[in-house]
Design a protein around this ligand. Structure first.
Ligand SMILES: Cc1ncc(COP(=O)(O)O)c(C=O)c1O
Length: 470
């Protein structure tokens, strides 16, 4: 295949100096995979300005964290007010109002009208750790189900439950035993060679069963493991790092049925797809399916680190059910930090009052425009997603869905690096996802004009790449 000519974005002397200093002291700096050598000075709303004064439109939102936009004034105000009163005392052991207020709000907005409890940690991976412990403690069952393509973080529980890229797990064995990964409904590239909706050939208690899930019920649960040994099914309602993959609407309701039938705890990892990102509070709201536990992090506090594991009270409180974990079973020094909780309460208010409608509207505008763009471009295989969580799958050949070779430039870059790098040169921050996809993941504050600007750059870059492939 023809190689693409590509040069990495140029760096000023000032930027180069900082990157060199960073490389000297920071872990993994010499192995960073992104083609975006961005040295940030400050950021506001959907714009990021580098140390040379160049401003970029941000379509990455710090990996889906700054949903309210960079440095929202109301978040800053709430943080200042809290900092003057109390910075830290340890939320696992003491009492204060901002932690309670955030927990109450999360309980109110998460699906399910049953009593719930909240555990605050500091990162998405910590919510995953907590979820595994809750499910195992409650059920006393050793086995767990996860999905190919999943990403749940970098701790041992996160790594074990993930199935996205082998580099994330290589040379870290042994992982947590007894986790079975099953295919996620990635219908564009069905590994069973089935076609949705024709892959639905049966049902579970009148809920249609897509083929991937009949593989769970008929193969995994019949031949490999007894579902009575399974504590947890953990799933992303929309896969994020795995490639922005939106499953068919039958997927989550059928998983719910399976979990109910075998008394398995069902947990939705909405760390990337939750909190307004899809135009509703949660991705699972689009199919009216309620998990037993929902995992949240990233966007809770607009950039301050916090995660929340929100689950049925019976799973998380000994006073409600004797099988639940006990005082001392789990905890965290920093979890539920007062300042971060204050930022969280305000962030959720902003999303609810100002951003949910905008997300749905601008999101469907972008998706529609990308679908139109797909018709004229040879390397866009599929456009998928909800709200402002949209994936663009890049293919070498639309008919065969062939992937690009891993190295398509003379200097060994892959297609995602070329496109994100070229967008960056033109003033747009955008990330890749999965093997061969781009992700649209802007702060939820973006306007239609911002969207037009980004779409113009994406269109221009894809045209530029395609011309070289002719
Ligand atoms: C769906 C999902 N779960 C878990 C994580 C891990 O979160 P953290 O990096 O905060 O540990 C991520 C991070 O990208 C994620 O996207």
């Amino acid at each position: 295949m023809k190689k693409i000519k590509y040069t990495s974005p140029e760096l000023s002397e000032k930027a180069q100096k900082i990157i060199t200093a960073d490389k000297k002291v920071l872990f993994g700096a010499s192995t960073r995979t992104r083609e975006i050598p961005l040295v940030v000075d400050y950021a506001q709303g959907a714009r990021v300005t580098d140390i040379d004064g160049k401003t970029y439109l941000d379509f990455g939102a710090g990996f889906g964290v700054v949903n309210t936009g960079h440095c929202h004034p109301d978040v800053i105000k709430a943080v200042y007010e809290q900092i003057e009163r109390l910075i830290h005392i340890s939320g696992s052991d003491f009492y204060y109002d901002s932690q309670i207020a955030l927990a109450e709000k999360l309980i109110a907005i998460t699906p399910g009208s049953f009593p719930k409890k909240v555990y605050f940690g500091n990162s998405g991976a910590e919510a995953v750790e907590a979820t595994l412990k809750i499910a195992r403690h409650f059920t006393r069952r050793p086995r767990m189900i996860s999905f190919i393509g999943a990403f749940h973080g970098r701790t041992f529980a996160g790594m074990t439950m993930s199935g996205s890229k082998k580099i994330q797990r290589a040379h870290f064995s042994s992982l947590i035993p007894e986790v079975y990964h099953i295919p996620f409904p990635y219908c564009y590239r069905c590994i069973f060679n089935e076609t949705y909706p024709h892959c639905i050939k049966k049902d579970i208690d009148s809920i249609p069963l897509i083929h991937c899930l009949s593989y769970l019920t008929d193969v995994i649960f019949e031949r490999l493991i007894d579902p009575d040994d399974v504590s947890l099914i953990l799933v992303e309602p929309i896969q994020g790092e795995g490639g922005y993959i939106t499953p068919p609407k039958e997927f989550l309701p059928a998983l719910r049925k399976i979990a109910d039938k075998f008394d398995i705890v069902l947990a939705f990892d909405e760390i990337q797809c939750g909190l307004g990102r899809t135009g509703k509070w949660f991705a699972c709201d689009h199919v009216s399916t309620t998990p037993d536990i929902i995992l949240l992090a990233k966007a809770i506090a607009s950039g301050f680190p916090i995660s929340a594991t929100v689950g049925k009270a019976e799973l998380m409180d000994q006073e409600v059910d004797a099988r639940a974990w006990r005082p001392g079973s789990h905890g965290s020094t920093f979890g539920g930090n007062p300042v971060i909780c204050a930022a969280g309460v305000v962030s959720l208010r902003i999303i609810e009052k100002e951003l949910m409608k905008n997300t749905a509207e601008v999101g469907s505008f972008i998706k529609q425009r990308l679908i139109e763009m797909m018709k004229k471009h040879t390397i866009i295989g599929e456009v998928r997603g909800l709200g402002l969580m949209i994936g663009i799958e890049l293919v070498r050949d639309k008919k065969t869905k062939e992937y690009f070779p891993n190295e398509i430039t003379e200097n060994g870059k892959n297609i995602k690096e070329v496109i994100t790098g070229e967008c960056f040169k033109r003033g747009l921050i955008i990330y890749g996802a999965g093997i061969s996809s781009l992700r649209i993941l802007p702060p939820l504050v973006i306007t239609k004009d911002d969207a037009e600007q980004a779409l113009k750059i994406i269109d221009e870059v894809i045209t530029y790449v395609e011309r070289q492939l002719l």
